[in-house]
Design a protein around this ligand. Structure first.
Ligand code: LLP
Length: 424
């Protein structure tokens, strides 16, 4: 259907070498199903496409942070993009070399900075002048050197699907503008505990136009030249993440098309490239399996009520994001305007924002059917919650004909336990 890893074989959706229904039967629903092959392939596409500029491919942990996924990517050669102490700890837990970790985020605490310095990360992506001073202060207290990259706000509008995922244009809380960057340079120059290792930007998440990345490189290039002229031995240009993926089966540019425009510009600057892809690697590498518990007609509308809900996948509610949904026992095909039924796929949560698809033309769905919600790998499980006191789903990793649980389904004890001391 979407890719070689999730495809119909006869009338059965296969997850690599295992039938989706077998997984749903064995591990229960709702269930996150990851394809190891898909993760590897997507990672390789990026690493290979940018090979001419010695890429440091820092997989963005926030997009899908399961330890087994991180371990798999580390084995492929990935470095990691972290945005919290927790994410740094995840990377260390799977044995990542601290010298492959970059640390972004506008609100790094003193404790997070100290932890990152002590474990020896590669560099901080600095987001403000105050943060730079804080890092310098912590480093000098610890008698250490802190390597930093300045995150610039290049003022490029990446034209993403939702305003919440646009981060590189005027008005964004991220990065520093060029005037501030100048002041940061002077501060770094006069501060022995700081070393400038790179320049960073991340213009947004899920953008389609490869020229946007190249445009951002062009925008920051004059600053980079100036930095060099002032004697800073820069090593990296970190272009962030943001490579979009197709959610509806239409053709989207591959990493190689981004590379075609970006690599020559980075080469000219004489720098190594760092990248922070999340969605491109994780997005189409997972599905959610959900069981239809009820089909309900109400005032002319049809609802398929599943055991997956907005707490399992919040993207449709939060960003009006489109995810393909289809039964696991009916080979997928495009429907004509007169075929199938128009239906809302919803969960059991007590609010009208709880939907996975709205007014969707679908093949007729029956109670007991298993549905696959596609493209759920990025910002899926990681954004799930316990809203309505619902245990979070299990996560399963499929590799060929093997499937194993990589995160157990939460239990009611997991949910209630932390509160019990309050009523003792
Ligand atoms: N680098 C930085 C500094 C980031 O903030 C992000 C994502 C990435 C890299 C990875 O971006 P990606 O390659 O995955 O596009 N929850 C939203 C997406 C939020 C993105 C946050 N930052 C969604 O579900 O669409």
């Amino acid at each position: 259907m979407f890719n070689e890893f999730f495809r119909y074989d006869g009338d059965q959706l296969m997850c690599e070498g295992i039938a989706a229904d077998e997984l749903a039967g064995k591990f229960g629903t709702p269930l996150y199903v990851y394809s190891a092959g898909a993760f590897r392939k997507q990672y390789r596409e990026i690493a290979d496409s940018f090979s001419a500029v010695k890429p440091l491919v820092c997989y963005s942990i926030k997009s899908c942070s399961n330890l087994s996924i991180l371990k798999l990517l580390k084995e492929e050669g990935a470095a990691f993009d972290c945005v919290s102490k927790g994410e740094v700890m995840r990377a260390l837990k799977i044995g990542a070399d601290p010298k492959t970790l970059v640390f972004a985020g506008v609100g790094k605490t003193e404790d997070e900075i100290e932890h990152a310095l002590r474990v020896g990360i590669l560099m901080f992506n600095v987001e403000s002048e105050s943060e730079l001073k804080r890092i310098a202060g912590v480093a000098s207290r610890l008698k250490m050197m802190a390597s930093v990259a300045l995150r610039l706000l290049p003022d490029v509008d990446p034209k993403v699907q939702h305003a919440y995922t646009s981060t590189g244009a005027k008005g964004s809380k991220f990065g520093v503008d060029l005037d501030t960057a100048e002041r940061c340079l002077s501060f770094i120059k006069s501060t022995p505990s700081l070393a400038l290792k790179g320049i960073h930007f991340h213009i947004g998440s899920g953008y389609k136009d490869p020229l946007k990345q190249a445009e951002a490189v062009q925008k920051v290039a004059p600053f980079i030249k100036q930095v060099r002229d002032r004697g800073f031995p820069l090593e990296f240009l970190n272009v962030g993440g943001g490579f979009g993926i197709s959610y509806d089966g239409s053709v989207w540019p591959k990493a190689s098309e981004f590379a075609k425009h970006t690599v020559p510009a980075v080469k000219e600057l004489g720098l190594r490239i760092a990248l922070e892809p999340g969605r491109y690697i994780a997005g189409n590498s997972a599905i959610i399996l959900a069981r239809v518990h009820y089909v309900k007609e109400s005032l002319g509308k049809t609802f398929a009520i599943t055991d997956a809900a907005m707490n399992d996948l919040i993207r449709p509610s939060l960003y009006q994001a489109y995810h393909r949904i289809w039964p696991t026992r009916t080979p997928w095909r495009e429907l004509k305007e007169t075929e199938g039924v128009i239906c809302d796929v919803v969960g059991p949560i007590c609010e009208s924002g709880d939907f996975l698809a709205k007014d969707r033309r679908m093949t007729k769905v029956k109670e007991g059917d298993c549905l696959a919600i596609f493209s759920a790998g990025a910002y899926g499980f990681v954004m799930s919650s316990n809203y309505n006191t619902r245990p979070r789903a299990a996560e399963v990793l499929v590799d060929g004909k093997n499937a194993r649980v990589v995160r157990e389904r939460e239990t009611y004890d997991n949910l209630l336990g932390p509160e019990l001391s309050g009523i003792a």
